[in-house]
Write a protein that binds this ligand. Structure first.
Ligand code: TRP
Length: 449
């Protein structure tokens, strides 16, 4: 196999930022609050945290081990590690998941860009809640506006992937991520001044266990996969670019902590406002977009904070989308021997097709519906709750039972150098706990247990 197309990160810090850039995205700021809102808040948060430990963190480590040991992308990795077996089919599910996720992800990223331009035009100031919501609904309902913005977003991401992993991704993430955290903390402090602060905090942190249904558990699991970018080989691909040996476990624990903290900060920034402005927490995907403009409108210096916030969210979305596209590009380059350029163009054109359908499916009365849901909602739920989780289940089984144990030990501990004591714990979790947890959730959803 030719190696010259493969990128390589130049520093450990750069890798860490690229992986964090993949994990931190719309999943934390847009998807987490909307999922938590629909599933009763604190009960969802609790399940989510439990599943980060039982499934999320172990799977990031598993994917990293697979990529490190094979130095190939999502399909090639399994061909190298289990030659002659069909495990590489996992990689094809990953590619399918990639297209599905990008289809709606780029639409939401388009919404973010629209809010950025509204923020720059100062359109939130002096508007009532119903005006802000009304103009947003008109925008979504127009169909072509979200469609064009999502195409613009995909083109931007394509351009970055074209310029290569090291240059495109490493550089920006280092600066932007810390700034995003600062802004979120600022928004959380602002939440303290809102009337709905108490109600919002109670919603987010005081669990009502009667709210837990099998759907809540499945949604929490899907959210864990989505937010950590696992279950579809993105982490396999990224870890195959790591040239220097790093303490893998430590950096992945840090990334998981950062990602989880950002989601919780987003929750603290949003739920007090939801209760202050009388918005329903069960809104669905629009939640963040109808809530935050009201916060900015009433806040001192809200004009600048809004602009900065939407710039950062757009960039967070770009670094995540780039990781998905990169995973697919690596696949086309390795399996079909395409040039990077050709792979990027092919993939981005296909994603544009998907995202156009998604954007148009949100126009009211649209006939782009499957099983009674509009395509957008369907892809969002199906990809996280089923494709990623199924991919994750098979990756866990592969790592626990098929992956040569000595090799796994070597990549996990960096040749016996780091976190040796953790290896048996990891092996136990990835063999038993993660697959059983995911299977049980599937079975209970099907009504079988
Ligand atoms: N984790 C990203 C977010 O939270 C989205 C994302 C990037 C992703 N790469 C992924 C989701 C791979 C699933 C799989 O916004």
């Amino acid at each position: 196999m030719k190696q010259e197309h493969r990128g390589a990160f130049t520093s450990n810090f750069g890798v860490m930022m690229a992986v964090a850039g993949s994990a931190v995205g719309l999943g934390n700021v847009w998807r987490f609050p909307y999922m938590a809102g629909m599933n009763g808040g604190a009960a969802f948060l609790l399940l989510y945290l439990a599943m980060i430990l039982m499934v999320g963190l172990p799977l990031i480590l598993a994917e990293f081990s697979i990529g490190r040991a094979s130095r190939r992308g999502a399909v090639g990795a399994f061909k190298v590690l289990a030659p002659g077996k069909r495990w590489y089919l996992i990689g094809y599910i990953a590619i399918l998941a990639g297209f599905t996720i990008m289809g709606f992800y780029s639409v939401i990223a388009g919404w973010t860009i629209r809010f950025l331009s509204e923020a720059i035009n100062n359109s939130f100031a002096g508007q009532s809640m119903s005006e802000i919501t009304g103009s947003f609904n008109n925008f979504v309902d127009s169909g072509y506006k979200p469609m064009l913005l999502s195409i613009g977003f995909i083109a931007m991401c394509g351009a970055i992937v074209l310029s290569g992993v090291e240059k495109g991704i490493e550089r920006y993430n280092k600066i932007l991520m810390p700034v995003l955290i600062v802004i979120l903390v600022f928004l959380c402090l602002n939440s303290l001044t809102l009337d709905g602060f108490g109600a919002g905090m109670e919603f987010l942190f005081k669990p009502d266990f009667s709210k837990i249904t099998t759907q809540t558990v499945l949604d929490a699991l899907g959210q864990v996969f989505f937010t950590l970018s696992i279950g579809m080989g993105v982490m396999i691909t990224y870890s195959s670019y790591v040239t220097k040996k790093e303490n893998m476990v430590r950096s992945k624990v840090i990334i998981t902590l950062i990602d989880t903290s950002i989601a919780i900060l987003a929750g603290i920034a949003i739920f007090p406002a939801v209760f202050t402005f009388g918005i329903s927490p069960t809104q669905g995907p629009e939640l963040v977009f109808v809530t935050l403009p009201n916060v900015f409108a009433q806040m001192a210096g809200g004009y600048f904070v809004a602009i900065l916030f939407f710039i950062l969210l757009t960039i967070a979305a770009i670094t995540s989308a780039v990781s998905i596209i990169e995973m697919m590009v690596a696949f086309f380059i390795e399996e079909y021997r395409m040039t990077r350029r050709r792979a990027v163009i092919t993939i981005c054109s296909m994603i544009i097709g998907m995202s156009t359908l998604c954007a148009l499916s949100q126009v009211s009365g649209s006939s782009i519906r499957v099983f009674g849901l509009n395509l957008f909602d369907l892809l969002d739920v199906v990809s996280s709750n089923y494709l990623l989780t199924f991919g994750g289940l098979t990756i866990a089984l592969f790592t626990g039972w098929i992956f040569n144990k000595e090799k796994l030990f070597n990549v996990f501990t960096c040749g016996g150098r780091y976190t040796v004591w953790l290896f048996p714990v990891f092996l136990f979790i990835i063999r038993y706990i993660s697959p059983i947890a995911v299977s049980l959730i599937f079975l209970s959803k099907l009504g079988l247990v």
